[in-house]
Design a protein around this ligand. Structure first.
Ligand code: 4NP
Length: 159
């Protein structure tokens, strides 16, 4: 077991954000939630990561439109690298947070007996964080605000 895994185990809350490509929404969720956790001086209690259910962008940095909108809000997500969800994630994480119902269904079908709780970011309307990938840059500002409001609510569930 690596040193990272050993230190990971000591952390109280392990949270994985999941979207389709792991280049637009879930990297934003990872960066935004990490920022909220830092602001609350709780970073020592959390391990936060993101992944995708699709494999097209493995190893790539986040979409430049996500990097830009995060930067405008003071969050650096440029270091992140896309990866896919693995079976190990269902045991490694406490909570796996899907950005929309399609990804929630894919996650639910991947593991028979997950240790992790699998949930949507929003468990009340709007339910889904819309996929901004095929739209214009303005969609990324809307998605940023939506994810931030979902992450604020999510953090309260750990308090
Ligand atoms: P994400 O957006 O799931 O928020 O990362 C997408 C990124 C890439 C693709 C679809 C959605 N794609 O089809 O490549």
């Amino acid at each position: 077991m690596s040193a990272l895994r050993l230190s990971e185990r000591a952390l109280t809350h392990k949270v994985l954000f999941v979207c389709l490509g792991n280049i637009c929404r879930s990297p934003l969720a990872e960066g935004i939630f990490s920022g909220l956790v830092d602001d609350a001086e709780l970073s020592g209690d959390f391990f936060i990561d993101s992944a995708g259910t699709g494999a097209w962008h493995i190893g790539n940095p986040p979409d430049p439109r996500s990097v830009d909108v995060a930067e405008r809000h003071g969050i650096d997500i440029s270091h992140q690298q896309a990866r896919t969800v693995t079976l190990e994630d269902f045991d490694r994480f406490d909570v796996i947070v899907a950005m929309d119902g399609d990804n929630l269904s894919k996650l639910s079908a991947m593991s028979d007996a997950p240790r992790a709780e699998i949930r949507l970011l929003f468990n009340a309307p709007p339910m889904d964080v819309p996929d901004p990938y095929f739209g214009g840059p303005e969609g990324f500002e809307d998605v940023f605000r939506l994810i931030r409001s979902g992450c604020e609510k999510l953090l309260t569930t750990f308090r």
